[in-house]
Design a protein around this ligand. Structure first.
Ligand SMILES: C[S@@+](CC[C@H](N)C(=O)[O-])C[C@H]1O[C@@H](n2cnc3c(N)ncnc32)[C@H](O)[C@@H]1O
Length: 176
């Protein structure tokens, strides 16, 4: 889907997803942004450079001011829209920087009213919702668990040791 395309990722955090997609999905260019310099510093330090991958300090609400109009085929935003102060302005910016036929891909844990607000903004700025997939049933089916907090002793999250490999009975000796 992204092969040969120009991709803008908004709110990339430490850049693991960006590094992975830039390598395996084969985009022509992948610009990964976040508004925290500390995150970008980690991105640049952690990930070995790729020719098509660039990390930039950009606030989500400013993508429409920073990047030229119609310069990306995809705008990708994973687990971040609900963090944005101004999600409407982000959606507006996405509508500006996307080329005709381009796609805004979002994945998040939305409450219904927040999701509706984002979908309304998308419609307002001329984006057409191709698909919204609600995976909450699958999440509930798997179940949520409480995460331990505080410092963990080394190995505290390790499960029990694996059972020893099953012993194979010796192969029967064939008589000639
Ligand atoms: C939960 S993390 C998700 C990160 C990443 N997309 C992932 O899936 O691992 C939320 C990210 O949103 C970024 N963020 C929050 N508000 C932002 C804004 N206004 N502009 C750009 N990035 C923002 C934070 O710095 C953080 O990296």
């Amino acid at each position: 889907m992204m092969r040969g395309k120009d991709v803008l990722e908004v709110a990339c955090a430490r850049g693991g997803g960006a590094r992975y997609l830039a390598e395996v999905a084969g985009p022509r260019s992948y610009v990964a942004t976040d508004y925290l310099e500390s995150n970008l510093e980690i991105c640049r330090r952690t990930h070995s450079p790729l020719e098509n991958l660039e990390f930039r300090l950009v606030d989500a609400s400013e993508i429409g001011d920073i990047f030229p109009a119609a310069s990306f085929d995809f705008v990708l935003c994973v687990q971040a829209v609900t963090h944005f102060q101004d999600a409407r302005k982000f959606v507006f910016g996405a509508s500006q920087v996307l080329r005709p036929g381009g796609g805004l891909l979002m994945c998040d844990t939305f409450q219904r009213d927040k999701l509706q607000a984002v979908l309304d903004a998308a419609e307002e700025f001329g984006l057409v919702a191709d698909a919204t997939v609600d995976i909450s049933r699958a999440v509930h089916a798997v179940g949520l668990c409480r995460m331990p907090s505080g410092r963990l002793a080394p190995g505290a999250l390790r499960g029990p040791p694996p059972p020893p490999p099953a012993r194979r009975p010796p192969a029967p000796v064939q008589s000639l």
